[in-house]
Design a protein around this ligand. Structure first.
Ligand code: BES
Ligand code: MN
Ligand code: ZN
Length: 486
């Protein structure tokens, strides 16, 4: 989809669709007011009758308005103007784009409000770009049609550039997650990462199986062993800060398919497990944005890529693994594989000088039990670092809730045979025992773990988003990176 900035007003514009916003309290954006004037008050009459109330996610399609030479106007609600935040404007814009994209459109003109801050303008554009892309990658008859051209009207070229990068990076993450596991497996993901890195001016290193062996990544390699697809570790780097500046490390779980291994999942639990590389895809999307924005900090992105499968050579229950940092791990459930992959990747990040770490992982069903589908869990060994991340997430409108890391949870992963075991005692508190496991591999660095098992993937659609991959937390990670540099 072509995304261009426009400074046209209604009168001088040529487009197939106009997208204009209005508020629940204070009335119309200037673009909506212009449509209203041209049509002798149609929008005000819709408001007066309550037909269009200006609520967030409300979209009213107006065809063939008299006096307006564009055949379709989409009027979308923004809620109360005083409460407008980045999350609301993102979702409202995405809802409008999603509805319009139900049919093929050549040129869609989307009007921002000149009153908006840069952050609101960015979010609106990002939302519009995300909302019109669906999960119908392999349907002959599409459900969703990205526009031929999205003309985004704003006087702010910087916000335009940022919003576009954020939206397109989020869609990269979503596409990778939505692709079937026959297409996206460790090596093919790594190839996408390499070409993305090239376009975003990131350094990119790919470790293949023999390098992972040489690096003693015993935990990651054990998970990979049951698969015909060899594992990869992708290391991306953006050096925007000086050589003395601290380094932010983003680490993603990239299980391109999680069958559960010998602790095999039932069909119902397995059918969405192509989404188990969402952490890695989120890291890649965020690194792309960070590179293109050329943020003035040093950031490393790590994607630990394996397929968790079954074969005569698959890792077994009772196996003892030696992780890269030397700790031994008793395997009591091969479906608790994400933490094994991350164990070695976190250690590489520590060795390569990460000053602070965030990992993202579709790690536990227990986190979904605790917080539901829409909220990620945060677990940390460093309260200020976690608060910075929660602040960024709040600013982007991406919900995260912190879970405690009391030492009692750590007791559960002690093993009689090895240093630790890869599951807790029973399933209660499973999101936290998983985090306690990860903590063993961060070398005491400030670290926050985000369990995105719920929000990474939608089983049913939202008004603003098709079902499937969400691209959740790409925007938050970029915001974290900005705050990291301050
Ligand atoms: N990838 C799953 C977690 C998951 C569940 C992600 C639902 C997305 C949606 C993970 O590898 C897993 O299987 N975790 C187990 C851990 C258990 C065996 C300790 C789980 O949650 O059941
Ligand atoms: Mn699993
Ligand atoms: Zn998994």
């Amino acid at each position: 989809m072509k995304v261009t900035r426009s400074v046209h007003d209604l009168e001088t514009l040529s487009a197939d669709v106009l997208v204009v916003g209005h508020y629940a309290d204070s009335g119309l954006t200037p673009a909506a007011a212009a449509v209203d004037r041209a049509s002798s008050g149609v929008i005000q009459r819709l408001r007066a009758s309550g037909e269009a109330a200006g609520k967030p996610l409300e979209v009213t399609l107006l065809h063939e308005l008299p006096g307006v030479n564009v055949r379709l106007v989409a009027l979308f609600g923004l809620g109360e103007s005083t409460k407008l935040d980045a999350g609301t404007v993102f979702r409202s814009a995405a809802a409008a784009a999603k509805q319009i994209a139900a049919k093929a459109r050549e040129r869609v003109a989307f009007f921002s409000d000149p009153q908006w801050t840069g952050a609101l303008t960015e979010s609106a554009l990002a939302g519009a770009i995300v909302g019109c892309q669906g999960q119908d990658l392999y349907r002959s008859q599409k459900n969703r049609f990205p526009f031929g051209e999205l003309l985004f009207t704003t006087a702010d070229p910087v916000a335009f550039a940022i919003g576009r990068i954020l939206g397109e990076s989020t869609n990269l993450t979503r596409r990778l997650v939505n692709e079937p596991p026959s297409e996206i497996y460790p090596d093919s993901f790594a190839q996408v990462a390499a070409s993305t890195a090239k376009n975003a001016q990131l350094e990119c290193e790919i470790w293949d199986e023999s390098r992972l062996n040489a690096e003693r990544c015993g935990a990651l390699l054990a998970v990979a062993r049951g698969s015909a697809r060899p594992p990869r570790l992708v290391i991306l780097e953006h050096r925007g800060g000086g050589p003395q500046a601290p380094t932010l490390a983003l680490v993603g779980k990239g299980v391109t398919f999680d069958s559960g291994g010998l602790s095999i999942k039932p069909t119902d639990g397995m059918k969405t497990m192509k989404c188990d590389m969402a952490g890695a895809a989120t890291v890649l999307g965020a690194m792309r944005a960070i590179g293109l924005l050329n943020l003035p900090i040093n950031v490393q992105g790590y994607c630990g890529l394996v397929e968790n499968m079954i074969s005569g050579d698959a890792y077994k229950l009772g196996d003892v693994l030696r992780a890269r940092n030397g700790k031994t791990i008793e395997v009591l459930n091969t479906d608790a594989e994400g933490r094994l992959v991350l164990a070695d990747v976190l250690d590489v990040a520590v060795e390569r000088g990460a000053s602070r770490i965030i990992d993202l992982a579709t790690l536990t069903g227990a986190c979904v039990v605790a917080l539901g589908n829409d909220v990620a869990g945060a677990m940390t060994n460093d309260e200020p670092w976690c608060q910075l991340i929660l602040g960024a997430a709040r600013a982007c409108g991406e919900p995260i809730w912190q879970l405690p890391m009391f030492k009692e949870y750590g007791e559960q992963i002690k093993s009689e045979v090895a240093d630790i075991k890869n599951v807790g005692d029973g399933r209660w508190g499973g999101a936290i025992t998983a985090a306690k496991f990860l903590e063993e591999f961060v070398g005491g660095r400030p670290w926050t773990h985000l369990d995105i098992a719920g929000p990474a993937f939608l089983e049913s659609p939202k008004p603003w988003l098709d079902a499937g991959a969400t691209g959740a937390f790409v925007r938050t990670l970029v915001d974290v990176a900005k705050r990291f540099g301050e």
